[in-house]
Design a protein around this ligand. Structure first.
Ligand code: NAD
Length: 518
């Protein structure tokens, strides 16, 4: 997954800590044919009552519906039909049939399908962006580059297919890497279509058909994506999508014997449930789970430069990012200076607002219940942990009372054993944690159940590299929290997951090695 503002340049002016974002991305426009669009941006009330199975939009067997509300004002804006076990079984059957012929496809054929998918995405780029802003309140400055990144991930797979060694010599043997089989894709709401693009492009590159279960909160984003699949004119059954609840559709994917692998992005608890269920039929699993990522600021770093970036990294996607740098580790001797800069940065440049506004850096939570969860953690920080509140706090920002907005909140002088420092909050809450020396910083950074991402800043690249080598995280970014390489493996250590995605590591997660010996 690549939740990064990598095609945008963040320019930070240290004098007033204002953050400007400048786009440099450009992609061509073209699309072969359009599916009948159900998604209609002119219509304020949307009904999402179809799934994409076997290359067709189909009426679900499931009859239950779920109401969806705008995160900005809690108006009832949409209704989605929830799939059931029968819908899931139909999708699995379609994928199983497609898998038979697709397993024998050539890399060049798969690259052509991915090209077609990429053209469809490019054609619907603005709809993909607007769906994220309106459905879960993703801020424009985050979601525009994110959709560019999703398209770039598809291109990376196309490029890799030119040279990926599906057959290798090992010793005196031939090792053939064959598709693992039908893949179940289960994903969260916080960057739904980014995850779909990353996982589906790797699955197609490897020769796998799939069944996707997006979050029940992502119906609008999913609708646009289903229309992209239809427009891409992929072989029937290669990609199937069923909306529904985790304990129904997700559970059926986990249980179904014709699914060979599950790739899951979401919370650690649900990841464990899926892994437990998957072992029954010996499914392969890739689990991209939660995080509580440390951002280590070494004592030689230019605070005026790195701290505004650090706030941006903590409040990425309004704090609703698995890689959000929510633990800011700073030298004890510089705590007062850090506090002053972070407080000014947050109060001047990170005040919550309408996510559609290009200047807004922090938007609402996806739902009322997620808002309440964030509020509960702010309460825990103040009352139970006794942490020092630097800015923000309980309640909604003035003028934004109708939506799911929390105040941009910073606790300082936080102990790493406090709950707000150990548990994933998934909202705009930053913990500043002081350390004594470099060894103490590394110990605190690693003192967490998670190990997804970590960040280090130093005036010396060598020092930053030396500290990065000691951090237990699947990806460590040095001297730029928004650095990105979409060929680099991404995934978590410890409770942050199992396996890696993206680039060569991403394809290999959908392949089974078979050794031909003798
Ligand atoms: P979630 O775990 O509640 O849900 C994720 C998906 O799993 C949803 O589609 C849900 O319907 C489904 N699900 C729920 N119960 C299920 C079950 N019993 N069986 C099968 N599927 C089930 O997560 P969320 O609240 O949607 O998203 C937030 C979480 O996702 C956070 O913990 C965040 O850190 C994590 N996340 C991780 C990454 C990563 O790459 N590591 C990226 C983004 C988000």
């Amino acid at each position: 997954m690549s939740l990064f503002l990598f095609r945008y340049i963040i320019i930070v002016y240290p004098i007033n800590y204002t953050v400007f974002i400048v786009s440099n991305a450009r992609l061509p426009e073209s699309c072969r044919r359009s599916a009948p669009p159900i998604f209609n941006k002119e219509n304020p009330m949307q009904h999402y009552h179809q799934f994409f199975i076997n290359g067709q939009f189909v009426t679900p067997h499931g009859k239950e519906t779920l109401d969806l509300f705008s995160p900005v004002d809690n108006q009832h804006v949409a209704q989605v039909t929830l799939g059931d076990e029968t819908d899931t079984q139909r999708a699995v059957a379609a994928a199983k049939a497609a898998q038979k012929s697709f397993a024998d496809s050539t890399p060049a054929q798969r690259a052509a399908y991915l090209q077609s998918f990429k053209r469809a995405l490019e054609h619907r780029k603005s709809d993909l962006v607007e769906a994220m802003i309106e459905e879960y309140g993703g801020v424009r400055v985050f979601v525009e580059p994110l959709i560019e990144g999703a398209i770039a991930d598809v291109q990376t797979m196309i490029d890799l297919l030119e040279s990926y060694p599906f057959e290798r010599r090992v010793g005196s043997s031939l090792v053939c890497l064959q598709p693992v089989g039908v893949v179940g894709v289960v994903i969260p709401w916080n960057a739904s279509n980014l995850f779909i693009c990353g996982k589906i492009s790797a699955a197609i590159a490897a020769g796998c058909a799939s069944v996707i279960k997006p979050s029940e909160l992502s119906a609008r984003q999913t609708q646009v994506m289903m229309e992209c699949f239809a427009a891409a004119d992929l072989p029937a059954g290669l990609v199937n999508v069923v909306n529904g609840l985790g304990n129904v559709v997700g559970n059926e994917i986990t249980r179904h014997p014709d699914i060979a692998k599950i790739t899951f992005t979401g919370s650690t608890n649900v990841g464990k449930t899926i892994a437990r269920g998957a072992v029954e039929s010996m499914k392969r699993v890739t689990l991209e789970l939660g995080g509580k990522s440390p951002n280590v600021i070494l004592d030689d770093a230019d605070l005026a430069q790195v701290l505004p970036q650090a706030v941006g990294a903590a409040y990425m996607n309004s704090g609703q990012a698995c890689v959000a740098a929510t633990r800011l580790l700073v030298p004890q001797s510089k705590l007062a200076e850090v506090n002053a800069i972070v407080k000014a940065t947050v109060e001047q440049a990170f005040q919550p607002g309408n996510p559609s506004d290009a200047k807004v850096m922090v938007g609402p939570a996806v739902s009322r219940s997620q808002y309440e969860r964030v509020q509960e953690y702010i309460r825990i920080g103040i009352e139970d942990d006794g942490a020092e509140l630097l800015t923000g706090g309980l309640g909604k920002p003035t003028g934004l009372e109708a939506g799911n907005f929390s105040k941009a909140t910073v606790f300082t002088n936080v102990g790493n054993n406090m709950r707000i420092a150990q548990e994933e909050i998934f909202g705009p809450v930053l913990c500043i944690i002081p350390y004594q020396d470099e060894a103490d910083a590394v110990a605190i950074a690693n003192d967490t159940a998670y190990g997804l991402a970590a960040y280090v800043s130093s005036a010396s690249r060598e020092r930053a590299l030396a500290v990065a080598a000691k951090l237990d995280a699947g990806q460590v970014k040095i001297n730029n929290p928004f650095a990105h390489d979409n060929q680099a493996p991404f995934g978590g250590m410890k409770q942050s997951g199992i396996g890696r995605e993206y680039g060569e590591f991403g394809i290999s997660a959908y392949l089974e090695p078979k050794a031909i010996v003798g």
